[in-house]
Design a protein around this ligand. Structure first.
Ligand code: ADP
Ligand code: ADP
Length: 230
């Protein structure tokens, strides 16, 4: 069973000022389990919309979403076994790094000793062992994004959605975190669906990628089939 199957997925937004905009137009896409898959496209091409539909933050205008063989089109985000990492980290400022990472477990009522043990393990996988008691404000942008990754992966979701997670970082940190993402994906075996407007990033990281243009998926395949690389 594929991790993700999108069938004729369409999303229209209607606002008073813009009228109706078709942000996603009959998208067809299959992502295999354990793949590192990237959606590449310029700003406004519909990348975030596609992620938000998969996560369940938005409902499609038409079409269907299957995750791990299950039709989730009508299910709320909490029942989809999906986590999302956003560009802006979205960490809780008043909580320590460790508490941020353990948050999902707290909500599910996992006992404290196990929560802490698993938070420490997750922080170890992103090489932040020494920062468990820090608060987000005391960390660099790259470190904050590592915390966001640890938090998203602590539950071992079937699918991790990454919405331009490195866009706010400077060039050096971005390259460092790219290596980290590739390593985390291999280490966990979680299916990664990354959204980016950075072609180099897409080519470096993906097993396969799809190109999105004005809400249409125009090309899908492994990097070598989509571009002639030097
Ligand atoms: P991307 O993530 O590739 O930048 P988006 O999915 O954010 O693209 O946007 C795709 C299109 O849908 C754009 O034309 C955008 O203006 C429009 N859009 C996105 N979200 C909304 C919204 N909440 N209301 C109205 N239009 C929206
Ligand atoms: P972009 O600038 O990448 O196109 P947007 O800022 O339009 O993205 O999309 C981010 C959206 O995700 C915002 O509307 C924000 O409110 C929403 N968002 C952020 N965190 C969460 C969350 N945890 N749950 C639901 N929606 C969220």
């Amino acid at each position: 069973t594929p991790a993700v199957r999108l069938t004729a997925l369409t999303k229209d937004y209607t606002t008073r000022t813009t009228g109706t905009v078709r942000a996603l137009d009959a998208a067809e896409l299959t992502i295999q389990q354990g793949e590192f898959f990237t959606l590449l496209g310029p700003s406004g091409s519909g990348k975030t919309t596609l992620l938000r539909l998969i996560a369940g933050f938005e409902r499609p205008t038409a079409g269907r979403i299957d995750l791990a063989g299950r039709d989730v089109t009508a299910l709320p985000p909490s029942r989809r076994d999906v986590h999302t990492v956003f560009q802006d980290y979205a960490l809780f400022p008043h909580m320590t790094v460790e508490q941020n990472v353990a948050y999902a477990l707290t909500v599910r009522g996992v006992r404290k000793a196990e929560r802490l043990a698993r938070a420490r393990e997750a922080l170890h996988t992103v090489q932040l062992d020494d920062h468990a008691r820090h608060r987000p404000a005391q960390l660099s942008g790259g470190q904050r994004q590592r915390v966001a990754l640890a938090r998203a992966l602590i539950d071992r979701p079937a699918l991790l959605l990454l919405d331009e997670p490195l866009a706010a970082l400077d060039r050096r940190l971005r390259h460092e975190l790219q290596r980290e993402l590739a390593r985390l994906q291999r280490a966990t075996g979680v299916t990664f669906l990354l959204v980016t407007h950075d072609q180099e990033e897409a080519l470096t990281l993906s097993d396969r990628l799809a190109v999105l243009d004005h809400g249409r998926l125009v090309q899908t395949g492994p990097p070598r089939d989509l571009y002639d690389r030097p």
